[in-house]
Design a protein around this ligand. Structure first.
Ligand code: AHM
Ligand code: MG
Length: 346
């Protein structure tokens, strides 16, 4: 594997962003500052995740977020760390975070830019107290309004207009996985020197021969008939040979998606009777991983069309997701895309 820059030296994130990677791609200075801010914040979050059982940051705050979900102390801490790292970039006009009901403005006096960061500070945080992988997910959009304060219109953009997207996985090692719309690259945090080092210069999902599927089957009773038929077909309980013979589910999107990105197969979070638009949030969960999935050669669908084409209706709106190897997502679409309202009912 090629970890080196164009001079044959080890390639840091900074070297990569300034054109020193194998592709020679130079990232715009304003975007570079945002990525550097995310990388810096993620090192601090990673440190706190790794020592959570010894820290005052373990456990819930006792409150719930706008979506009625339990908030962990580390959710709030992670949001604060990302926001502080972003204030200094001068590249942003506002932010959207899973943990905040409204659009986040920059503090008065902070230099403003033309980009928007949409992020989930600590995805999968319900797993944190049992030492299971979590992640930070982010998406970068360019504002569409021309002047004044950024508005909701700037935030409610389709995934297809993302300038960049990525996540940091806090797993056995900490990894930053990124796309700028020209493939997918991965960096691993070398904690001994505090640097993200290029470890995966060209991540492709391709078709692989993976027979792995990943879905919370505890929701089976609440699924639509077509979703149930799709899963039975996937497992070979209906319609012939199985497509998948192995099941894996962590319950942290970043961990489940990361495995699917590297191994192929299918990750799904379908709509169900409890969550009629699925559980995952479009702007800072589904859209960024959909961009990574497509950039790696996979397919990302709501079951009824590309995730990247979904027009957001609210900053915290949700969407069903089917992500992974093309053939398996095509199969999901064949069951779900043409369903009428009766078939969609649960
Ligand atoms: P969170 O942002 O509150 O952590 O919720 C999102 C998480 C995802 O990481 C994961 O894919 C999903 O929720 C798991 O949900 P479930 O426990 O219903 O399977
Ligand atoms: Mg989340």
């Amino acid at each position: 594997m090629d970890h080196t820059d164009s001079r044959g030296k080890i390639c840091t994130l900074q070297a990569y962003l300034t054109g020193g990677g194998p592709s020679g791609q130079i990232i715009d200075r304003r975007i570079r500052k945002i990525i550097n801010g995310v990388a810096f914040a993620s090192k601090i979050i990673s440190r706190e995740v790794s020592r959570i059982s010894l820290s005052d940051l373990s456990g819930p705050t006792g409150g719930t977020n706008v979506q009625g979900e339990t908030v962990q102390k580390l959710d709030i801490y992670s949001e604060k760390i990302v926001c502080e790292a972003m204030e200094r970039t001068g590249s942003l006009c506002c932010m959207v975070s899973e943990e905040s009901e409204n659009i986040l403005s920059l503090p008065s006096g902070a230099k403003q830019g033309e980009y928007i960061l949409l992020f989930d500070p600590l995805d999968g945080s319900s797993n944190i107290d049992v030492n299971i992988s979590t992640g930070t997910i982010f998406s970068i959009q360019r504002r569409v309004t021309r002047q004044g304060d950024a508005t909701i219109e700037d935030c409610l953009q389709k995934g297809s207009s993302q300038i960049a997207a990525g996540y940091v996985l806090y797993g056995a090692s900490t990894m930053l996985v990124l796309t700028f719309g020209h493939g997918v690259i991965g960096f691993t945090l070398d904690t001994s020197i505090g640097e993200f080092i290029l470890s995966h210069p060209n991540i492709t999902m391709g078709e692989h021969s993976s027979r792995m599927y990943s879905v919370n089957e505890g929701n089976y009773l609440f699924w639509s008939e077509n979703q149930k038929r799709f899963l039975k077909t996937l497992k070979g309980l209906e319609g012939g040979e199985p497509y998948c013979t192995t099941s894996r589910y962590v319950g942290s999107l970043v961990a489940d998606f990361h495995r699917t990105l590297f191994r192929g197969g299918l990750f799904a979070y379908p709509a169900d009777a409890k969550n009629t638009n699925g559980k995952l949030r479009l702007l800072y969960e589904a859209a960024p991983v959909a961009m990574l999935c497509e950039q790696a050669g996979g397919k990302a669908s709501t079951g009824e069309g590309p995730i990247l084409d979904v027009a957001p209706t609210d900053i915290h709106c949700r969407t069903p997701v089917y992500l992974g190897s093309r053939a398996l997502v095509d199969l999901a679409d064949s069951f779900l895309s043409s369903q009428d309202s009766e078939e969609r009912s649960y």
